[in-house]
Design a protein around this ligand. Structure first.
Ligand code: PMP
Length: 398
């Protein structure tokens, strides 16, 4: 006799309420060889310091294999925290190793902070548009995500203040430097105003900064975390993904003591600790190699690539389009003229073997169908120029 067959219970609401991106199917078509893609936000693989990293792994496994292959502490390897603290201090934010947790990519730091601070129904404020995987993270937590009005420089402090008073949010999530997706950088005066608002009205700040070291021109702007009022309420997220290699999955979280302790417990529940061998290799790399010189090499290459993209956009996009000129990072943000649609243009672009990402999925509110993001890091200037010629053809023969 056949046993009774009951369906297992349904998935959790959070697993079904957060969708993937609707443009993913179109972008899957861009994986085929020969496509020049401005879509992904990937570092240039030919610029990875493979030899330096191989040597660092070799040292980790030669000099301390028993430690490198063993379980380790949740907070992270002391020598790596020391190196990160020294770099943060050098960038103008006095930081002790104990202020930091090493995380499995900065994406995990965002998950830990969200797990620590956000109950279902809590209000989380974000820039509009913002980083897609942050929207997914807050969505998974059941947060009510509200967008802070922004202009071409980012958050409008008065609008932020108004929203905080009205909605009593738990936190503001911001990528203030070379934002993903817009490439925008929040000016220092606005950072000061955001920090003051957070202090006055009671608000956690989550400052996500994977791109800050990729500056091609202009002067550095101090971290939001360094502004008066922000000291005791900012979670600063950093990453080795864009300056070393994203496959390492190494990031860090700098947070006030109580928040950090709670995040450590959340991390224990998530993955116990970040890979020991990867942490020790990174620490050896920071001692033996010259990361600053490597970052300078990446910057020089990316600056040329950004300039190649900016130089060709006027011909490639339909007349009446507008775009910004980011001083760093990986992205240029553009807007097609009235009557155009970025998703429709992508379809025709893919037919011409060139791709970008429509801006719509990055909005937490009503999307702007005319917006698009162009990444300039993964192709050489000559390839970028060729990609733009293809885009010209795509815009003229839709
Ligand atoms: N934050 C932002 C704004 C990003 O763009 C990214 C990666 N593209 C991340 C976080 C995640 O980076 P990581 O590789 O350090 O997890």
């Amino acid at each position: 006799m056949r046993a009774q067959h009951e369906q297992p219970p349904p998935f959790a609401t959070r697993a079904t309420s957060v969708g993937g991106s609707p443009v993913r199917e179109i972008l899957a078509l861009t994986e085929r060889p020969g496509v020049i893609s401005f879509a992904g936000g990937l570092p240039a693989p030919e610029l990875f310091d493979t030899a330096g990293l191989r040597a660092a792994y070799d040292t980790a496994l030669t000099t301390s294999a028993r430690r490198a292959l063993q379980y380790s502490t949740t907070e992270g390897a002391p020598e790596l925290r020391e190196a990160v603290a020294a770099r943060a201090t050098g960038r103008g934010l006095p930081t002790a190793p104990d202020d930091l947790i090493v995380t499995t990519g900065s994406q995990q730091a965002l998950t830990l902070i969200t797990a620590t601070l956000v109950d279902p129904g809590d209000v989380v404020l974000v820039e509009n548009p913002t980083y897609l995987a942050a929207l997914q993270c807050f969505g998974m937590a059941g947060a009510r995500v509200l967008a802070v009005p922004c202009d071409e420089d980012g958050i409008l402090p008065d609008a932020l203040e108004e929203l905080v008073r009205r909605e009593r949010p738990k936190l503001l999530y911001t990528v203030p430097t070379f934002q993903n997706p817009t490439g925008r950088t929040l000016p220092a005066a606005r950072r000061a105003a955001v920090a003051a608002t957070a202090a006055r009205l009671g608000l956690w700040l989550v400052e996500d900064d994977p791109y800050g070291e990729l500056r091609y021109d202009g002067a550095p702007v101090p971290w939001l975390a360094a502004h008066p009022g922000a000291e005791d309420r900012t979670a600063l997220l950093g990453s080795f993904s864009k300056i070393m290699a994203p496959g390492l999955r190494l990031g860090w979280l700098r947070a006030p003591a109580a928040l950090r302790r709670a995040a450590v417990v959340a991390k224990q529940a998530a993955d116990l600790h970040t890979s020991t061998v990867d942490q020790l290799a990174a620490a050896h790399y920071l001692t033996a190699a010259d990361l600053d010189a490597h970052v300078t090499r990446i910057r020089d290459a990316y600056r040329e690539r950004r300039d190649a993209l900016l130089a060709g956009l006027a011909d490639a996009l339909p007349e009446g389009s507008a775009w910004n000129r980011p001083e760093g990072g990986m992205f240029v943000w553009a807007r097609l003229p009235q009557g155009h649609d970025a998703t429709a243009l992508l379809k025709s672009a893919v037919a011409h073997d060139v791709a970008f990402v429509p801006g719509a999925p990055f909005y937490s509110t009503e999307p702007d169908p005319r917006a698009l993001r162009l990444s300039f890091t993964t192709h050489t200037p000559a390839e970028i120029t060729e990609g733009l010629h293809r885009l010209t053809r795509a815009t003229r023969t839709p």
